[in-house]
Design a protein around this ligand. Sequence first.
Ligand SMILES: N[C@@H](CCC(=O)N[C@@H](CS)C(=O)NCC(=O)O)C(=O)O
Length: 287
Amino acid sequence: MSGLLRTLAEHRCFGGVQRFLEHDAHEIGLPMRLSVFLPPQAALAKVPALIYLAGLTCNEETFAVKGGAQRLAAEFGIALIAPDTSPRGAGVEGEASDWDFGVAASFYLDATQAPWAPHWRMESYLVRELLPLLGERLPIDAERLGIFGHSMGGHGALTLALRHPGSFKSVSAFAPVCAPAQCAWGRKAFTGYLGGDTAGWQAHDASRLMQRQQAAPFPEGILIDQGLEDKFLADQLHPHLFEAACREVAQPLTLRRHIGYDHGYYFVQSFMADHLKHHQRILFQPS
Ligand SMILES: N[C@@H](CCC(=O)N[C@@H](CS)C(=O)NCC(=O)O)C(=O)O
């Protein structure tokens, strides 16, 4: 039963609760883990939530331990949901041999190619299974969701927000992979999961997706932070391409480039408060 969320661990945190959960994910065909922070306000009424997608080599624990988001989320009354970064235990040969492909490197899409297609269905899992589950099983208002993420998870946040209009009211990213069809990480992942026909890749490339919009999809703005000492910036991330695509369709974008910051969680936690404020502003505005 995918609806049953089993509690693996629970910790009091800033007056709320940090939980680690597992459930049998129907779309994945395997158990999936996630972390859930519920602010104190969730004891009284349903609260809005942010979905956080982590990057390569991470899991459902990374954001909860290293992101530093709970204090402000408790103040604002926002829940934080961090799913795992891929299926685990599928038994695909070599699934954990590469750090940038396979386990912990799902790129948050549905694979069409063997041997990945049966289990690597992260997009369907997140959008069609997890989001409804949050509203049904947790004190979360599924009509008020935002999405954000880091690196591969920033790619996930931008592409899922653009591919599923209406599912997320707000979006932001830390050092996202902005044009995966044009970088080595993305080419490797897309070739393996989607096959060699690059035409099919474009629908999972945030810069291409943005270019194809008829009007600004997030008129309240998108926030992206990027460290200038990030060792992946030049070859993998390409924020300038997303910036150009946003300009073409008049999508408001705040892209901040920070001197001295690298790719890791010291950078992410340094700007976490600004991301929570960005989402809070949009999620709490009167409809
Ligand atoms: N293993 C890679 C780095 C992988 C990496 O930087 N992963 C990022 C996301 S793309 C991350 O958040 N890692 C976990 C951490 O920093 O705690 C390397 O040796 O260069």
